[in-house]
Write a new protein. Sequence first.
Length: 413
Amino acid sequence: MTPSTLRIGVVGAGIIGTSIALALRKRGADVTLVDRDEPGSGCSFGNSGAISPGSVAPLAMPGVLASVPSMLLDEASPLYLPVRYLPRALPWLMRFVASARPAVAEASAAKLAALHAGALDAHEAMSRELGVPELFLKRGHLHLYPDEAALSKDAGGWRMREAYGFQVERLDHAGIQALEPAVPARYQIGMYLADHATILNPFRYVKAMASAFTGAGGRFVRRKVSRLERQGNGWRMETPDEEADRLVFDHAVVAAGAWSRELLAPLGIPLALESQRGYHVQFLGGSGIVSRTVVLADRKAFVTPMEEGLRIGGTVEIGGLQAPPDERRAAILSRIARETFPGLEGISTRTWMGHRPCMPDSIPVVGAAAGHGGLWMATGHGHLGLTDSLNTARQIADALLGPPGPPHQGERT
Ligand SMILES: Cc1cc2nc3c(=O)[nH]c(=O)nc-3n(C[C@H](O)[C@H](O)[C@H](O)COP(=O)(O)OP(=O)(O)OC[C@H]3O[C@@H](n4cnc5c(N)ncnc54)[C@H](O)[C@@H]3O)c2cc1C
C-alpha cells in the first residue's frame, strides 16, 4: 500500500499522539487522531515546557534509593506515595529499584541521550512551521542549589550530562544574579545549561500542532476508545457509540499517555506503566520575575516564565489514575514559589494536576507491538514527553512508512 491509501488511527491527542499524527499525515498517510477530550487536555496541558536534551540521567539513579523510603511517606517531600496506593504501586516500585543498579542506569542514559538527540532544533523548526515561533524561548536552563551538599545529591546526573557532551557552566551567587536578579541569596550555586530551551505555552503548542494536522487533511474524532480489537489484518477502535464503524484502520498507534496500559492489557501486552502525578501552580502574572527556565533543584521544582505568567511545576505523587488531585501538593508548590520570589505575593493562581506516563527505567516504549501486526506503541515518556515528542514521532513514522523521501516541489520541510 502507498502511504496515501494506508489508514492509520492514533489514540491519544497529547503531545506524543498529536506529533505522531502530524508526522504521519505529512508523509501522506490517511490519519485519524482519536481522543476523548480536546487535543492537549491530558498531561501535555500543563507541563513546565522545558526542552531538556541534557536530562539523560534516568529517575532511578543509584543514589536515589537512599533518600526514597523517607521521602515517599513524607507529605511535604517532592516525592509522595499515599499509603492507600502502596500495594498497587509495589510491583512498579520493585522494578524501579532494580533499574537503579549502576549498569542499568548507564544503559538508560545512553538510550535517553539517543532519544533526545536533535530535540532542540526539531522544536525550534516545529514552532516556526506551526506559525508560533514566539512559543520557543532559547535562553537556557538555570539549575539552582543552596550549597555543595545539595549539589552532591545530583552529582551523578551532572556527570552524565557532561559525559554526553552537554556544556555546563557553574556559577556562584553573583553569576546567578547576573542572569536572574530575582534569585534570592538562599541559592549560592548555579548550574547553567545555555543550550536548552522552553516552550512558553505547552497547551497552545499542542493545539497549534493539532490545527496543522487537520489543516493538512487529518481527521480528529472526539471519542473515548473503550477497546482495541483485531479486524481482519487491521485494528478497530471500539467506542461507546456508532462512530466505531468508522474507526477501522490498517495500523493503530497507542499514544494514550498514562492510560495506555489499560488499552494494551486486554491484548495481553503488560506495560509496567505508572502515573507519576505532577502539579503546577500557574500565577496569572509575574512572568517577568525570571527570564528563562529556573530549576529549584533542592525543591525539585521548575519555574517557568509562561505566556500567562510564572508557573511552578513539579512534585511526584504515585497515587494512580483514579484519585482526585490532592490540593495540598499544589499548595506546597505555591508556598515554595512565594517564599523564593516574594514579588508573587498577591498574584492570583490556578492549579493543575497531570499524569506523567512513567516506566521504571525512564525509557519510553516506542515502536511495534511484537506479535500484534499493525499495532504500535508510543508511551512512557515520563518527565520528558514534550522534549521527546518530535523524535518519537519521527521514529514511528520512519518505522511505519519508511524514511521520508525528498520533499516535493513546494512542500515545506
Ligand atoms: C508537572 C509536570 C511538568 C512536566 N514538565 C515537563 C517538561 O518541562 N518537559 C518535558 O519534556 N516534559 C514534561 N512533563 C512530562 C510531559 O508533560 C509528559 O511526558 C507528556 O505530556 C506525555 O504526553 P502524552 O501525549 O504521552 O500523554 P497525555 O498528554 O496525557 O495524552 C494522552 C491523551 O490520551 C487520551 N486518552 C487516554 N485514554 C484514552 C482513551 N481510552 N480514548 C481516547 N483518548 C484517550 C487522553 O485524553 C490524553 O489526551 C511534565 C509533566 C508534569 C505533570
